[in-house]
Design a protein. Structure first.
Length: 260
């Protein structure tokens, strides 16, 4: 009985230890199938880091210099860092040659709370695809240590500009719209995260309609209460509750008795 208990405790300790090592060292990284997925990237970007955001995923094209690796990660809703799950990993050499994840030297592995992208050489462009929550908010850490330019291409009809409906961080940014897609551009980014909370163009019509209905309801309410007050005043007058006493009946202009 004691031997069985010792064996059971030993197996439990082994399982716990294995799970602990897995959580600390990571799961090894994305599968080869995910890294080798097909994707078409726009390599001719206007910034060092370009993020093209769609409804449920985004693509990243990042220019790297003097380094043969790039550490990427994501932050969950609780603010905890965790490894990224890149797909369709590609690398573009300075001469324009593009290779995929099956190329020697291009790989992605998880190391703790980070994902390390190993690149074929120091210098070039690395691109990958990753999933994102279907929400009107995009947040991404800054993966390059030195100051650099960055841009976020938002989904079609997405906009920023109205303070109550949108927010962009860091500040000092510019925007432009092309083919119904707005791009948020930073000339210099030093630290993150970069956050773009946006609204859709149709949201303005929805909020405008709601505001108009509330305004009409407010006017109708004011008129209703005004009419009720007038009716109450009329009723008081009819029952004689608002009979005013004339000052002339009590004061004929003569001095009080004894002073005449």
């Amino acid at each position: 009985m004691n031997r069985r208990l010792v064996v059971a405790v030993g197996l439990l300790a082994l399982l716990v230890g294995t799970a602990g090592c897995t959580s600390l060292l990571g799961s090894g990284g994305p599968s080869e199938e995910e890294l080798s997925e097909n994707a078409t990237y726009d390599w001719d970007t206007n910034a060092t880091a370009t993020y093209n955001v769609s409804r449920s995923q985004y693509t990243a094209v990042i220019t790297v210099e003097n380094r043969s690796h790039l550490v990427v990660y994501r932050t969950d809703e609780l603010g905890t860092d965790e490894p990224l799950e890149p797909r369709a990993l590609q690398f573009r050499f300075p001469n324009g040659t593009v290779v995929r994840a099956d190329h020697p030297g291009l790989d992605a592995t998880n190391e703790g709370q980070r994902t390390n992208l190993t690149l074929p050489q120091a210098g070039g462009q690395v691109a990958f695809t990753s999933s994102r929550p279907n929400a009107k908010r995009f947040a991404i850490p800054v993966f390059i240590g030195e100051p650099h330019s960055a841009e976020v291409i938002m989904p079609p009809r997405a906009r920023v500009g109205i303070p109550l409906l949108s927010k962009v961080n860091p500040g000092q940014y510019s925007t432009d719209v092309e083919n119904n897609r707005m791009t948020v551009h930073w000339e210099r980014v030093e630290r993150g995260p970069m956050v773009v909370r946006y609204y859709l163009a149709r949201d303005i019509l929805i909020f405008g309609s709601i505001a108009a209905l509330l305004s009409v309801a407010g006017v109708v309410g004011v008129l209703y209460y005004y009419r009720q007050i007038k009716q109450l005043e009329k009723q008081r007058e009819e029952v004689g509750l608002d009979v005013e006493t004339e000052d002339d009946d009590l004061d004929d202009g003569r001095p009080p008795p004894g002073m005449r």
